[in-house]
Ligand binder design. Structure first.
Ligand code: HEM
Length: 286
Protein backbone atom coordinates (compact mmCIF):
# COMPACT_ATOMS: atom_id res chain seq x y z
CA UNK A 1 0.00 0.00 0.00
CA UNK A 2 2.73 2.37 1.03
CA UNK A 3 4.73 1.35 -2.09
CA UNK A 4 1.75 2.08 -4.36
CA UNK A 5 1.30 5.56 -2.85
CA UNK A 6 4.97 6.30 -3.34
CA UNK A 7 4.68 5.13 -6.97
CA UNK A 8 1.64 7.38 -7.57
CA UNK A 9 3.44 10.33 -6.00
CA UNK A 10 6.38 9.78 -8.36
CA UNK A 11 4.03 9.71 -11.36
CA UNK A 12 2.31 12.89 -10.20
CA UNK A 13 5.68 14.55 -9.81
CA UNK A 14 6.64 13.55 -13.36
CA UNK A 15 3.36 14.98 -14.70
CA UNK A 16 3.98 18.28 -12.94
CA UNK A 17 7.52 18.48 -14.38
CA UNK A 18 6.22 17.62 -17.88
CA UNK A 19 3.45 20.25 -17.62
CA UNK A 20 5.89 22.95 -16.48
CA UNK A 21 8.32 22.11 -19.31
CA UNK A 22 5.49 22.01 -21.86
CA UNK A 23 4.30 25.42 -20.68
CA UNK A 24 7.79 26.85 -20.80
CA UNK A 25 8.75 25.41 -24.19
CA UNK A 26 5.31 25.35 -25.81
CA UNK A 27 6.45 27.50 -28.77
CA UNK A 28 9.43 25.25 -29.48
CA UNK A 29 7.26 22.13 -29.14
CA UNK A 30 4.72 23.55 -31.59
CA UNK A 31 7.53 24.39 -33.98
CA UNK A 32 8.91 20.87 -33.69
CA UNK A 33 5.49 19.37 -34.40
CA UNK A 34 4.91 21.83 -37.23
CA UNK A 35 8.21 20.89 -38.85
CA UNK A 36 7.08 17.29 -38.90
CA UNK A 37 3.68 18.14 -40.39
CA UNK A 38 5.10 20.57 -42.95
CA UNK A 39 4.97 18.04 -45.74
CA UNK A 40 1.27 17.50 -45.24
CA UNK A 41 0.57 21.22 -44.90
CA UNK A 42 2.53 21.85 -48.10
CA UNK A 43 0.40 19.31 -49.93
CA UNK A 44 -2.81 20.80 -48.54
CA UNK A 45 -1.72 24.33 -49.40
CA UNK A 46 -0.79 23.34 -52.93
CA UNK A 47 -4.13 21.65 -53.50
CA UNK A 48 -6.15 24.53 -52.10
CA UNK A 49 -3.94 27.23 -53.61
CA UNK A 50 -3.76 28.93 -50.20
CA UNK A 51 -0.50 30.43 -48.90
CA UNK A 52 0.64 27.71 -46.52
CA UNK A 53 2.56 29.91 -44.11
CA UNK A 54 -0.49 31.93 -43.28
CA UNK A 55 -2.72 28.90 -43.11
CA UNK A 56 -0.45 27.18 -40.60
CA UNK A 57 0.33 30.15 -38.44
CA UNK A 58 -2.66 30.70 -36.21
CA UNK A 59 -0.43 31.13 -33.19
CA UNK A 60 -0.27 34.63 -31.69
CA UNK A 61 2.59 34.08 -29.25
CA UNK A 62 3.90 37.16 -27.47
CA UNK A 63 2.83 40.60 -28.66
CA UNK A 64 5.76 42.98 -29.12
CA UNK A 65 5.78 46.74 -29.55
CA UNK A 66 8.55 47.99 -31.86
CA UNK A 67 10.38 49.36 -28.79
CA UNK A 68 10.21 45.96 -27.05
CA UNK A 69 11.41 44.15 -30.15
CA UNK A 70 14.39 46.49 -30.50
CA UNK A 71 15.64 45.29 -27.10
CA UNK A 72 16.22 41.78 -28.48
CA UNK A 73 19.47 42.75 -30.13
CA UNK A 74 21.89 40.31 -28.55
CA UNK A 75 23.35 42.89 -26.19
CA UNK A 76 24.05 41.95 -22.54
CA UNK A 77 23.15 38.33 -23.19
CA UNK A 78 19.71 39.08 -24.61
CA UNK A 79 18.57 36.90 -27.53
CA UNK A 80 18.49 38.02 -31.17
CA UNK A 81 15.01 38.54 -32.59
CA UNK A 82 13.87 39.80 -35.97
CA UNK A 83 10.46 40.37 -37.52
CA UNK A 84 9.28 39.59 -41.01
CA UNK A 85 5.78 40.47 -42.22
CA UNK A 86 4.98 41.21 -38.57
CA UNK A 87 6.00 37.74 -37.29
CA UNK A 88 8.77 37.70 -34.71
CA UNK A 89 11.44 34.99 -34.73
CA UNK A 90 14.28 34.15 -32.37
CA UNK A 91 17.36 33.87 -34.60
CA UNK A 92 19.92 33.53 -31.79
CA UNK A 93 20.96 30.17 -33.25
CA UNK A 94 22.15 32.01 -36.37
CA UNK A 95 24.44 34.35 -34.42
CA UNK A 96 27.14 34.01 -37.11
CA UNK A 97 24.72 35.76 -39.52
CA UNK A 98 22.82 38.07 -37.16
CA UNK A 99 25.24 38.86 -34.33
CA UNK A 100 26.78 42.29 -33.85
CA UNK A 101 29.05 43.15 -36.81
CA UNK A 102 27.75 40.21 -38.92
CA UNK A 103 26.28 40.57 -42.45
CA UNK A 104 22.62 40.39 -41.47
CA UNK A 105 22.67 42.20 -38.12
CA UNK A 106 20.67 44.93 -39.88
CA UNK A 107 17.51 42.77 -39.57
CA UNK A 108 17.79 42.32 -35.82
CA UNK A 109 15.31 44.00 -33.46
CA UNK A 110 13.04 45.29 -36.23
CA UNK A 111 10.80 44.45 -39.14
CA UNK A 112 12.77 45.37 -42.25
CA UNK A 113 10.80 43.12 -44.62
CA UNK A 114 11.41 45.34 -47.66
CA UNK A 115 15.19 44.87 -47.34
CA UNK A 116 14.76 41.11 -47.78
CA UNK A 117 13.87 41.99 -51.37
CA UNK A 118 15.78 45.21 -52.02
CA UNK A 119 19.02 43.97 -50.44
CA UNK A 120 19.50 47.48 -49.07
CA UNK A 121 20.94 47.05 -45.58
CA UNK A 122 22.28 50.57 -45.08
CA UNK A 123 19.46 52.95 -44.30
CA UNK A 124 16.64 51.95 -41.95
CA UNK A 125 13.49 54.05 -42.10
CA UNK A 126 10.78 52.66 -39.78
CA UNK A 127 8.12 54.38 -41.91
CA UNK A 128 8.94 52.37 -45.02
CA UNK A 129 10.99 49.36 -43.87
CA UNK A 130 7.95 47.05 -43.66
CA UNK A 131 5.75 48.75 -46.28
CA UNK A 132 5.73 45.73 -48.56
CA UNK A 133 2.72 46.76 -50.63
CA UNK A 134 5.14 48.94 -52.60
CA UNK A 135 6.84 45.78 -53.89
CA UNK A 136 6.17 43.85 -57.09
CA UNK A 137 3.78 40.87 -57.00
CA UNK A 138 6.55 38.27 -57.38
CA UNK A 139 8.42 39.94 -54.49
CA UNK A 140 5.46 39.26 -52.19
CA UNK A 141 5.86 35.58 -53.02
CA UNK A 142 9.59 35.92 -52.30
CA UNK A 143 8.84 37.39 -48.87
CA UNK A 144 6.56 34.52 -47.97
CA UNK A 145 9.42 32.21 -48.98
CA UNK A 146 11.64 33.98 -46.43
CA UNK A 147 8.91 33.73 -43.83
CA UNK A 148 8.60 29.99 -44.44
CA UNK A 149 12.37 29.75 -44.05
CA UNK A 150 12.30 31.40 -40.62
CA UNK A 151 9.35 29.31 -39.58
CA UNK A 152 11.25 26.13 -40.45
CA UNK A 153 14.74 27.03 -39.25
CA UNK A 154 14.15 29.31 -36.28
CA UNK A 155 11.74 29.75 -33.39
CA UNK A 156 8.51 31.70 -33.80
CA UNK A 157 8.05 34.05 -30.85
CA UNK A 158 5.02 36.18 -31.57
CA UNK A 159 3.63 39.16 -33.42
CA UNK A 160 4.80 42.72 -33.81
CA UNK A 161 2.20 45.41 -33.16
CA UNK A 162 2.18 47.76 -36.11
CA UNK A 163 1.60 47.37 -39.80
CA UNK A 164 0.56 43.71 -39.84
CA UNK A 165 -0.96 43.15 -36.39
CA UNK A 166 -2.98 45.38 -34.11
CA UNK A 167 -2.52 45.64 -30.35
CA UNK A 168 -4.69 42.54 -29.82
CA UNK A 169 -2.59 40.52 -32.25
CA UNK A 170 -5.30 40.55 -34.91
CA UNK A 171 -4.58 41.00 -38.60
CA UNK A 172 -4.76 44.64 -39.70
CA UNK A 173 -6.53 45.89 -42.83
CA UNK A 174 -3.06 46.31 -44.33
CA UNK A 175 -2.32 42.64 -43.64
CA UNK A 176 -5.57 41.58 -45.32
CA UNK A 177 -4.65 43.69 -48.33
CA UNK A 178 -1.25 42.00 -48.39
CA UNK A 179 -2.88 38.55 -48.34
CA UNK A 180 -5.22 39.57 -51.15
CA UNK A 181 -2.32 40.80 -53.32
CA UNK A 182 -0.30 37.72 -52.42
CA UNK A 183 -3.14 35.48 -53.57
CA UNK A 184 -3.34 37.43 -56.84
CA UNK A 185 0.43 37.13 -57.30
CA UNK A 186 0.28 33.38 -56.71
CA UNK A 187 -2.64 32.98 -59.14
CA UNK A 188 -0.76 35.03 -61.75
CA UNK A 189 2.39 32.93 -61.24
CA UNK A 190 0.39 29.72 -61.64
CA UNK A 191 -1.24 31.03 -64.81
CA UNK A 192 2.11 32.00 -66.30
CA UNK A 193 3.46 28.55 -65.46
CA UNK A 194 0.46 26.98 -67.18
CA UNK A 195 0.99 29.22 -70.21
CA UNK A 196 4.68 28.37 -70.16
CA UNK A 197 3.87 24.69 -70.27
CA UNK A 198 1.41 25.24 -73.11
CA UNK A 199 3.47 27.71 -75.15
CA UNK A 200 7.17 26.80 -75.25
CA UNK A 201 9.88 29.47 -75.13
CA UNK A 202 11.58 31.06 -78.13
CA UNK A 203 15.20 31.06 -79.19
CA UNK A 204 16.85 34.33 -78.36
CA UNK A 205 20.03 36.11 -79.45
CA UNK A 206 21.42 39.60 -79.23
CA UNK A 207 23.62 41.62 -81.54
CA UNK A 208 24.60 45.26 -81.46
CA UNK A 209 23.34 45.87 -84.99
CA UNK A 210 19.94 44.17 -84.70
CA UNK A 211 19.20 44.28 -80.97
CA UNK A 212 17.34 41.26 -79.56
CA UNK A 213 16.07 38.64 -81.99
CA UNK A 214 13.46 36.07 -80.92
CA UNK A 215 12.31 33.20 -83.10
CA UNK A 216 10.60 29.83 -82.86
CA UNK A 217 11.76 26.43 -84.06
CA UNK A 218 10.35 22.93 -83.58
CA UNK A 219 12.60 22.41 -80.55
CA UNK A 220 12.71 25.91 -79.06
CA UNK A 221 11.87 26.22 -75.37
CA UNK A 222 12.17 22.81 -73.76
CA UNK A 223 14.32 21.21 -76.50
CA UNK A 224 11.68 18.54 -77.18
CA UNK A 225 10.66 18.06 -80.81
CA UNK A 226 7.07 19.19 -81.55
CA UNK A 227 5.01 19.11 -84.75
CA UNK A 228 4.58 22.88 -85.01
CA UNK A 229 6.95 25.84 -85.04
CA UNK A 230 4.81 28.72 -83.76
CA UNK A 231 5.09 32.50 -83.69
CA UNK A 232 6.71 34.68 -81.01
CA UNK A 233 4.48 36.48 -78.53
CA UNK A 234 5.32 38.39 -75.35
CA UNK A 235 4.15 36.55 -72.22
CA UNK A 236 3.49 38.87 -69.28
CA UNK A 237 2.25 38.22 -65.79
CA UNK A 238 0.08 40.78 -64.00
CA UNK A 239 1.89 43.81 -62.64
CA UNK A 240 5.18 42.78 -64.22
CA UNK A 241 6.87 44.96 -66.82
CA UNK A 242 9.18 42.16 -67.89
CA UNK A 243 8.07 39.49 -70.31
CA UNK A 244 9.22 36.17 -71.65
CA UNK A 245 8.99 35.08 -75.28
CA UNK A 246 6.52 32.28 -75.96
CA UNK A 247 5.83 30.38 -79.20
CA UNK A 248 2.11 30.26 -80.08
CA UNK A 249 0.83 27.77 -82.68
CA UNK A 250 -0.67 29.18 -85.87
CA UNK A 251 -4.11 27.73 -85.07
CA UNK A 252 -4.42 29.77 -81.84
CA UNK A 253 -2.94 33.06 -83.00
CA UNK A 254 -6.12 34.78 -84.13
CA UNK A 255 -8.04 33.92 -80.98
CA UNK A 256 -5.18 35.01 -78.72
CA UNK A 257 -4.52 38.27 -80.53
CA UNK A 258 -8.23 39.14 -80.63
CA UNK A 259 -8.83 38.21 -76.99
CA UNK A 260 -5.86 40.26 -75.81
CA UNK A 261 -5.64 40.89 -72.08
CA UNK A 262 -9.20 39.96 -71.21
CA UNK A 263 -8.89 36.39 -72.47
CA UNK A 264 -5.89 35.67 -70.29
CA UNK A 265 -6.74 37.58 -67.11
CA UNK A 266 -3.49 37.37 -65.17
CA UNK A 267 -1.13 36.07 -67.81
CA UNK A 268 -1.16 37.98 -71.06
CA UNK A 269 0.17 37.21 -74.50
CA UNK A 270 0.86 40.26 -76.62
CA UNK A 271 2.33 40.69 -80.11
CA UNK A 272 5.75 42.27 -80.50
CA UNK A 273 5.71 45.84 -81.77
CA UNK A 274 6.71 46.25 -85.40
CA UNK A 275 6.44 42.52 -86.08
CA UNK A 276 4.00 40.95 -88.52
CA UNK A 277 1.36 38.81 -86.75
CA UNK A 278 2.53 35.65 -88.52
CA UNK A 279 6.23 36.38 -88.57
CA UNK A 280 8.46 33.60 -87.25
CA UNK A 281 11.01 36.02 -85.88
CA UNK A 282 10.77 39.44 -84.24
CA UNK A 283 13.35 42.07 -83.27
CA UNK A 284 13.27 44.56 -80.44
CA UNK A 285 15.50 46.83 -78.41
CA UNK A 286 15.21 47.37 -74.66
C1 HEM B 1 18.49 40.67 -51.23
C2 HEM B 1 19.72 40.30 -50.91
C3 HEM B 1 20.05 39.35 -49.80
C4 HEM B 1 19.38 39.07 -48.66
C5 HEM B 1 18.08 39.68 -48.15
C6 HEM B 1 20.13 38.05 -47.95
C7 HEM B 1 19.76 37.53 -46.73
C8 HEM B 1 20.44 36.51 -46.09
C9 HEM B 1 20.08 36.01 -44.78
C10 HEM B 1 18.94 36.51 -43.93
C11 HEM B 1 20.96 35.03 -44.48
C12 HEM B 1 20.99 34.21 -43.20
C13 HEM B 1 20.22 32.93 -43.41
C14 HEM B 1 20.14 32.11 -42.14
O1 HEM B 1 19.58 32.59 -41.16
O2 HEM B 1 20.61 30.96 -42.18
C15 HEM B 1 21.88 34.90 -45.58
C16 HEM B 1 22.95 34.03 -45.62
C17 HEM B 1 23.91 34.05 -46.60
N1 HEM B 1 23.96 34.88 -47.68
FE1 HEM B 1 22.62 36.34 -48.14
N2 HEM B 1 21.24 37.73 -48.66
C18 HEM B 1 21.25 38.50 -49.79
C19 HEM B 1 22.19 38.50 -50.78
C20 HEM B 1 23.30 37.72 -50.78
C21 HEM B 1 24.33 37.75 -51.80
C22 HEM B 1 24.31 38.65 -53.02
C23 HEM B 1 25.24 36.80 -51.46
C24 HEM B 1 26.48 36.39 -52.16
C25 HEM B 1 27.30 37.20 -52.79
C26 HEM B 1 24.82 36.21 -50.23
C27 HEM B 1 25.48 35.20 -49.57
C28 HEM B 1 25.06 34.58 -48.42
C29 HEM B 1 25.78 33.51 -47.76
C30 HEM B 1 27.08 32.86 -48.26
C31 HEM B 1 25.05 33.17 -46.63
C32 HEM B 1 25.41 32.14 -45.58
C33 HEM B 1 24.86 30.79 -45.87
C34 HEM B 1 25.20 29.86 -44.74
O3 HEM B 1 26.26 29.99 -44.13
O4 HEM B 1 24.36 29.03 -44.40
N3 HEM B 1 23.64 36.78 -49.85
N4 HEM B 1 21.51 35.81 -46.54
Amino acid sequence: MFGLLRHLFKLQFLFVVAAVLAGFYHTEIRQFLRRHTDHYLDQAGRNEGIPVAFQADDEVGTLFTPAELSQFNGEEGRPLYLALLGSVFDVSRGIKHYGSGCSYNFFVGRDASVSFISGDFDAYDPETADDVLTLKPEDLIGLVGWRDFYQKDYVFKGRLIGRFYDDRGQLTTYHHKFLELLQQAQDAKRQVEEMRARYPGCNIEWSESQGTRVWCTKTSGDGKERSWIGHPRKLYSRGNKNFQCACVPDSELDEIDAGGNAAHADAMLKPYDNCEPRAQECFYRV
